[in-house]
Design a binder for this molecule. Structure first.
Ligand SMILES: [Zn+2]
Length: 261
């Protein structure tokens, strides 16, 4: 059923409920959704327990990314659902979305960027896969902050709304070597990611142990993948100053390497 694994980033659909209540996403607990009554109703206790026990790999992965980048990981949490993208072209062609980065518009605080992890990744993914995915999502986070803090973009659209959309992997990401000092982590990212995450084992486990068990699957229609972010909200946001400083360095490295080619 799953023939393509894709990393996904967007917002503005029904999975961004974190934004609709007053939860402080800055203090988001990775377990936040695992104790919800809907989760308890939809998943057997053993599965919830398994996911919870494996959140430690997520935490370890986040620490590894933070150490390797010298930066702070954005808030993250486990979504107790398998997110699936339908291509819109072929009904049978779906991609499991194991993680994505979501910009959440908070009326008071501006834009909060949150990493959402699909439960099957946490339940069935190898430690290395989880770490690679976390590191990859962090690169999307960095790119998103770059975009949101880029003066050109804001001056172009100063009066309007930014349309954040679609498959993130079409957009540029910095070379992981520039962002991470941990060579093992860089290798892991290169090994696990082609066009998207490549992990047949995880894929098979997800089909057998999640989809075929009838656990929650949410199909995201292609046209539900655009989020509209008021530029005023972006301007109101205090993005990590350390990251903003690093972005300047990354831009220098990026243009230097472009000149070499
Ligand atoms: Zn990606």
């Amino acid at each position: 059923m799953i023939d393509q694994l894709t990393c996904w980033r967007d917002g503005g659909n029904s999975f961004t409920e974190v934004s609709t209540d007053s939860r402080d996403v800055g203090a988001l607990n990775p377990h936040i959704k695992l104790d919800d009554p809907e989760t308890t109703a939809a998943l057997p206790k053993s599965m919830v327990k398994k996911i919870k026990s494996r959140v430690k790999y997520v935490k370890e992965g986040v620490s590894r990314v933070e150490e390797a980048s010298g930066l702070t990981y954005p808030p993250y949490y486990v979504e107790p659902t398998l997110l699936v993208a339908t291509s819109g072209v072929e009904v049978e062609q779906v991609g499991a979305l194991y993680a994505r980065v979501i910009p959440v518009v908070e009326p008071a605080a501006g834009v909060q960027i949150v990493v959402q992890l699909s439960a099957p990744l946490v339940a069935f993914g190898l430690k290395g896969t989880i770490e690679a995915v976390l590191a990859h999502e962090f690169m999307h986070y960095v790119e998103l902050v770059r975009k949101f803090t880029s003066f050109d973009l804001l001056s172009d659209e100063a009066a309007g709304t930014l349309h954040e959309s679609l498959y993130a992997d079409y957009e540029r990401l910095y070379n992981p070597k520039w962002l991470y000092s941990d060579k093992g982590l860089v290798k892991l990212i290169e090994k696990k990611f082609g066009d998207g995450l490549v992990d047949d084992k995880l894929n098979q486990s997800t089909v057998k142990k999640w989809i075929e068990k009838g656990y929650p699957v949410f199909k995201i229609p292609p046209d539900a993948n655009v989020v509209r972010i008021p530029v005023a909200s972006i301007l109101r946001t205090n993005f990590d100053p350390l990251l903003k400083g690093r972005l300047k360095e990354l831009e220098k490295i990026s243009s230097a390497s472009a000149n070499v080619k």
